[in-house]
Design a protein around this ligand. Structure first.
Ligand code: 26W
Length: 837
């Protein structure tokens, strides 16, 4: 069957991709038949969208173009999944509750080398590709770093040839849209599917039953006790596939997202009784599982629905991959030879007991053997050390929703504790530290421990984070399993974050170091030797200025704030969280403002402070920080003494598409988290790649960025992770720090006195008191160092040549942070998969 499908594949699929010189945007665009492409787009418009060119809207043109491109991807997909390619030795399954994808059109065009041909094909029809690009809604099926990393990894796996499936949930509603009312964040529902999704293939025939609740029956099978779970409730998981095409179209993987469907669409009993709402209520309850992404970031939500989501997608994914494995190999015991499952944080960790249930209960594999298979198959990535973000579920909830899994967890726990006792004789503290059950406040299952013991490798996402994992959350488990924890420093896909987002810079790089840089980012290094070249610097400065003009237009449109493209663009874009310390940045902004008011006629360096990011809806302090940024913006931007030399803009609704506009335009990248708290950061990499200089603490991947770009090309300040720890242990006195810093004292006084909140002078009293009484994130401790670092930023900015040289060196030296490198490391050291390339 496979072979015949391959032979019926259209001829285009087997045609090798021609790799003549790349054009702006980066693909291999030569040799594409533009007239044919135009015909295909027109045919899609007519037969798939059902519109004539005369009546078609921009959205119709976008959909027609997406379909035409999708056809070409499918041609390759079919080839890759049939015939000789159909059965790779080993596949990776990336389980993630979040995929923060953004728009897909330019991803596909760029990777297939179709950007310029499509532009031309559409231009011939009077359509502007850049305009229809805006019609695609962002797929925002993620909160922030963790979800965006999953999307970059999907691109890299397809690009370097790691056969992979991504598994997740097809949320009807992605991350909320952020609006502003009087400077306060408002959450509005997001509706990315309202006009359909041209990239996906619905597969209603691929559906798996997912059970919840019920009871466990013990039966006797040939003298052996056997457990059978009898769920009280059934949900169906239906597959929707999005093809993921890699660089130069060489490989196409699949992102398979599950949607919940009720087995019975309607209760006829209720309907016949005239209860029309009741007739649908079961269905609504069941299908709520895939309705909406949980918008919390680093805060637990403890909702039953969240646990349902986790089990729903873990179970569907395991059923799917086990079925595939059995079809291909016919023996469950060889699973780890052909399957590697990566758990993206603990969110899919329930897959560990689920695989045990499949092996032991459903297939009669003896426990010890099943455990060895499970452990060899799974690996787990930790993305945060914040204690409040470490997932745990109340035992009673687990017992009610997943009774058999709870039994399995107890058994895993008993055996793990026994093994630990055998290694290191009875130490109660050790045993309670590694127990899967937290006996603290109500009994809870710790998902981090479950993921750890169920995996053969556990990784952190930067060198510092991995070290801290060994010293903190997994200290005891690390002592018992010293080879299990490894580091895999995060990366980003250069295709989206350089070639697509910043075609102007990409063109300069291609001219400078050759088109091969698109395939091999380490070639960026060659730029370092030219960094002092004035011609190169001028070209880079001109590209940056164009990008800043584009951002200035967006700021004018969205915020009605007019900024000078020649000012320093100082950018902090990420989720709003106290540990990320947007507050520190705002305090410094106020310090500059105070200084300007004290000496209005000094030659102040023009600067624009740009903020963007969402706060979890229930995270009040984060929402107050957004309000403060907006209050400061209003006051500063309208104060004539400032003469426009300082501008502040909080751009609403930060998402992938907005990031693609801000990042190429940034001069300064704010990475100022309290040391030890940001696991890695990936925005830091995107900004450095695009030529922004970093002002940052020695936290997460900043440490490694510093090692790559060199001390002279980055502004590092503040307490180290070890110093933060020591400070906290010793008991930190913020009042003394504030007393010692006249700048900080004035800043806090102006906030407290209502300078930025004349309508409600006490609005920030609690915020200021909070800083003085319990400055958990050491904002006051790092303020002076940060302020001084900002002054050295100014100093370098004054010397344009020095700045542009440092900027070029940043771009040159961050090739290592490509997610292709990261995925190569996972493939070799965790998955044991050979990339096909
Ligand atoms: C239970 C609620 C919840 C939801 C999401 C807890 C924790 C999370 C994530 C772990 C948050 C997250 O996105 N972490 C980020 O992961 C990135 C990719 O590794 C890192 O670069 C960031 O530093 C880290 O904060």
């Amino acid at each position: 069957m496979n072979d015949s499908a391959a032979t019926t594949t259209p001829e285009t699929a087997k045609r090798p991709v021609r790799m003549a010189g790349a054009t702006e945007g980066g693909g291999a665009d030569a040799g594409v038949d533009v007239a044919k492409l135009r015909k295909e787009i027109l045919a899609e418009l007519t037969y798939s969208v059902g519109r004539s060119p005369e009546t078609a809207s921009k959205r119709d043109w976008f959909v027609a173009t997406a379909y035409a491109v999708r056809d070409r991807i499918v041609d390759r997909w079919v080839v890759e999944h049939t015939g000789e390619h159909a059965k790779p030795l080993k596949r990776v399954y990336y389980l993630s509750l979040e995929f923060l994808i953004g728009r897909l059109l330019f991803d596909a065009l760029n990777n297939l080398g179709l950007t310029e041909p499509t532009r031309e094909a559409l231009a011939g029809l009077g359509i502007d590709l850049n305009e229809i690009r805006q019609e695609e809604p962002d797929a925002a099926l993620g909160n922030g770093g963790l979800g965006r990393l999953a999307a970059c990894f999907m691109d890299s796996m397809a690009s370097i040839g790691v056969p992979a499936f991504g598994y997740g949930i097809r949320y009807d509603h992605g991350l909320f849209r952020q609006g502003m009312r009087d400077g306060w964040q408002q959450e509005y529902p997001e509706d990315w599917l309202s006009f359909g999704n041209p990239w996906e293939f619905a597969h209603p025939e691929i559906d798996y039953p997912i059970g919840f609740g019920g009871y466990v029956e013990q039966v006797n099978e040939g003298g052996q006790p056997k457990q059978i779970w009898r769920p009280g409730e059934k949900v169906e998981a239906v597959a929707f596939d999005i093809p993921v095409v890699g660089w130069r179209g060489r490989h196409v993987n699949t992102l398979r997202l599950w949607s919940a469907r009720a087995p019975d669409p309607i209760s006829l009993d209720a309907f016949n009784r005239g209860d029309y709402v009741g007739a649908l209520s079961d269905r609504v309850r069941v299908e709520s599982i895939s309705k909406v992404l949980y918008p919390s970031d680093e805060t637990p939500n403890g909702q039953e629905l969240r646990l349902r989501q986790e089990y729903f997608f873990a179970s569907a994914s395991l059923q799917d991959l086990v079925r595939r494995h059995m079809e291909e190999r016919g023996d469950l015991r060889t699973l780890p030879d052909h399957v590697a499952i990566q758990l993206n944080d603990t969110h899919p960790a329930i897959a560990v007991p689920e695989l045990m249930r499949i092996l032991v209960d459903l297939n009669g594999v003896p426990w010890a053997e099943a455990w060895a298979i499970t452990n060899a198959t799974f690996s787990y990535t930790n993305h945060t050390l914040l204690p409040e973000a470490l997932e745990s579920w109340p035992v009673p909830l687990m017992e009610r929703l997943l009774p058999r899994h709870m039994q399995i967890i107890y058994l895993i726990n008993a055996l793990e504790l026994e093994a630990a006792r055998a290694k290191k004789p009875a130490d109660d503290a050790l045993l309670s530290a590694i127990s899967l059950i937290d006996e603290g406040q109500g009994r809870r299952v710790r998902m981090g421990i479950l993921a750890f013991v169920g995996s053969h490798k556990v990784n952190g996402v930067s060198a510092l984070h991995t070290d801290l994992m060994k010293q903190t959350v997994f200290r005891e488990l690390h002592a018992l399993h010293p080879d299990r924890i490894v580091n895999k420093t995060n990366g980003i896909t250069f295709r989206r974050w350089l070639a697509q987002a910043n075609p102007r810079l990409t063109k300069i790089l291609i001219d400078a170091v050759g088109v091969e840089v698109l395939d091999d980012p380490t070639r960026l290094e060659m730029l370092a030797d030219m960094a002092g070249d004035s011609g190169l610097q001028e070209a880079l400065a001109a590209a940056k200025r164009e990008n800043k003009l584009a951002l200035a237009r967006v700021i004018a449109e969205r915020n009605d704030v007019f900024v000078d493209p020649d000012a320093l663009f100082d950018v902090q874009i990420k989720r709003i969280h106290e540990y990320k310390r947007q507050l520190l940045n705002i305090l410094e902004t106020i310090a500059i403002y105070n200084a300007m008011r004290a000496q209005p006629m000094r030659a102040w360096m023009p600067r624009v402070k740009i903020f963007a990011g969402k706060a979890a809806a229930s995270y009040h302090s984060a929402k107050l920080i957004i309000k403060l940024a907006n209050d400061v913006a209003r006051v500063v931007n309208s104060d004539p003494t400032v003469r426009g030399l300082l501008k502040v803009a909080f751009l609403p609704n930060y998402n992938v598409s907005l990031a693609e506009i801000i990042i190429p335009a940034a001069d300064l990248s704010e990475q100022i988290s309290t040391a030890g708290m940001e696991a890695s950061g990936t925005g830091n990499m995107k900004l450095a790649l695009n030529g922004a200089l970093t002002i940052g603490t020695l936290d997460g991947a900043n440490v490694e960025i510093k090692e790559h770009v060199g001390d002279d090309n980055i502004f590092i300040f503040g307490l180290t992770a070890a110093e933060v720890e020591a400070r906290k242990k010793r008991g930190y006195d913020a009042r003394a720090a504030v007393e010692a810093s006249s700048t900080l004292r004035e800043v806090l006084e102006s906030i407290r006195n209502g300078v930025f909140s004349p309508d409600d002078p006490s609005r920030y009293a609690g915020l200021v008191d909070g800083l003085l009484d319990h400055d958990t994130f050491l904002v006051t401790a790092d303020f002076d160092a940060y302020f001084a670092a900002q002054r050295s930023v100014y100093k370098m900015w004054r010397d344009r040549a020095a700045w542009m040289k440092a900027s070029a060196i940043n771009t040159a030296k961050v090739g290592w942070f490509s997610s292709d490198r990261t995925i190569g490391e996972y493939a070799k050291e965790i998955w044991d998969v050979k990339p096909a390339s």
